[in-house]
Design a protein around this ligand. Structure first.
Ligand SMILES: C[S@@+](CC[C@H](N)C(=O)[O-])C[C@H]1O[C@@H](n2cnc3c(N)ncnc32)[C@H](O)[C@@H]1O
Length: 225
């Protein structure tokens, strides 16, 4: 019986087997427990900014007898890790802007050997924009339908190249390449929200640049679906 949601499973699927993974904002520590039980990671460093979630995490880790494999740390973002302590890092279930802030506060993750698995609950466009602006590359992106919502999960590495992307990229990333029903559902929902936003700002002069960007991006997205 799996102990994790399809959303967390989708993130786990993007990891490769390794010695240690860091899970930032671990909350209940269900992902770390799954990673160790499935042999994906020998050890997990599970961090959270708040004591309450870590207490729940500790109870769960003990219940599964994994106290020697999952280390719990009270820390803001990546502050609790030494540089290069883990080369695969998951940051899941937070807003896209919070995830970008966490990445931005730790220079050492700008390393091609560090892989980030990111799952924004909101503002995925801001997160993609941040990643590509500072030189991360989105390696792959999958959509997953879980508990009545469709989420995107992003795998990214630092490359240092600030590539040029089409105007649509920050809104839908690499989801068109995955060609799944979930990705199509995510893209459709995004297209609807972009059109709604366009209707709201159409006559606002100071929002013209955003309107033009949305117009160009929606045109491209419509051709892709
Ligand atoms: C909604 S839960 C997500 C839990 C789990 N990652 C998941 O996806 O199911 C968000 C967790 O992130 C933690 N959190 C929020 N901001 C954080 C930060 N800056 N650093 C570390 N943890 C943070 C919260 O305390 C909370 O436990």
């Amino acid at each position: 019986m799996p102990i994790i949601s399809k959303r967390l499973q989708a993130a786990a699927n993007l990891l490769t087997k390794c010695k240690s993974v860091a899970d930032i904002g671990t909350d209940h520590a269900l992902l770390p427990i799954h990673l160790v039980r499935e042999g994906i990671a020998k050890k997990v460093i599970a961090c959270d900014i708040a004591k309450g979630p870590l207490d729940v995490a500790r109870a769960n880790v003990t219940r599964f007898g994994l106290d020697d494999k999952i280390e719990l740390r009270l820390a803001n973002g990546l502050d609790g890790l030494a540089p290069n302590e883990c080369n695969q890092i998951t940051i899941l279930g937070m807003g896209g802007e919070t995830i970008a802030d966490i990445i931005g506060a730790a220079d050492w993750v700008r390393d091609k050997n560090v892989t980030l698995i990111l799952q924004p609950m909101s503002c995925d466009d801001r997160l993609r924009e941040y990643l590509i602006t500072v030189g991360f590359e989105i390696i792959t992106e999958v959509a997953v339908s879980s508990q009545g919502r469709v989420y995107t999960v992003i795998k990214a590495n630092f490359s240092g190249d600030r590539k040029t992307y089409g105007k649509e990229f920050k809104y839908i990333g690499k989801l068109p390449q995955s060609n799944s029903d979930e990705a199509k559902a995510f893209i459709k929902r995004r297209l609807n929200s972009m059109k709604k936003c366009m209707a709201e700002i159409e006559n606002i002069e100071r929002k013209k640049a955003l309107y033009d960007e949305l117009k160009a991006a929606t045109k491209t997205i419509e051709k892709l679906i």
